[in-house]
Design a protein around this ligand. Structure first.
Ligand code: URA
Length: 219
């Protein structure tokens, strides 16, 4: 981690100010608000979703709709609160009609996420849903097969799991699997999962440990 806690918080807030007027891609044309991210720079857990939906675009905050309610419930079940974690997205502006972000949009936005990760420096990153999980783990394997384990990822852990919206639409099984994945998050922050000992499946999906200046975590 670089810099004091206050310096990191200050840099994060300056970055949010810069993002608020960003016009680096076409998503700027239709947004109501930039949804930079929310939570604490002290977070041990950082969530990464795909991109803001309608409610998030309206309010300028991530996961404020029904998915956010479920996320807060799952956090509570492992003894965490929204205020005690950090929540962000791959892209900070709402893709029209909630379509997947395009490669040029991800490219234009990735510096923000990369810097958020550096400043928050969480022990564990949790990707919510297929899109963010495949992108950050740089794999074509879908979330149903990826989930259920903690991967070593750029010197920390990454736990891929379903998007909460999938549990709201789907079966009780999806919710149970989300709960299991959140129990892995708790195990990582409690030091019960050793980052030095990746299992074989993790080695297949995870990128090699990079030099800091080579960081390119997603594409
Ligand atoms: N879905 C996401 O991926 N991100 C949000 O912020 C809200 C819903």
């Amino acid at each position: 981690m670089t810099g004091s806690r206050d310096a990191r918080a200050g840099e994060l807030s300056q970055l949010a100010d810069a993002a608020a007027v960003c016009t680096a891609c076409e998503l700027a044309d239709n947004r109501t608000n930039v949804v930079f991210g929310s939570g604490t720079v002290d977070a041990e857990v950082m969530f990464v979703g795909e991109g803001p939906g309608q409610r998030e675009d309206e309010q300028g905050l991530p996961f404020v709709g029904p998915s956010g309610k479920l996320l807060e419930q799952l956090l509570g079940e492992i003894g965490l609160t929204r205020a005690g974690v950090y929540i962000g997205n791959v892209v900070k502006c709402r893709p029209p009609g909630n379509r997947d972000p395009r490669p040029d949009e991800i490219d234009a936005c990735k510096g923000y996420l990369r810097t958020q990760l550096r400043l928050v420096d969480p022990k564990v990153v949790v990707t919510l849903g297929n899109f963010a999980s495949k992108l950050l783990l740089r794999t074509g394997t879908g979330i149903t097969r990826l989930r259920g384990q903690a991967y070593p990822w750029w010197g920390r852990h990454l736990v891929p799991t379903f998007h909460p919206a999938a549990a709201l639409r789907g079966s009780a099984r999806v919710l149970e699997e989300l709960r299991y994945d959140f129990s892995l998050v708790k195990a990582v922050i409690d030091g019960e999962i050793d980052s030095e000992v990746p299992d074989e499946a993790a080695v297949v999906a995870a990128p090699p440990v990079p030099e800091p200046e080579q960081l390119d975590m997603f594409g």
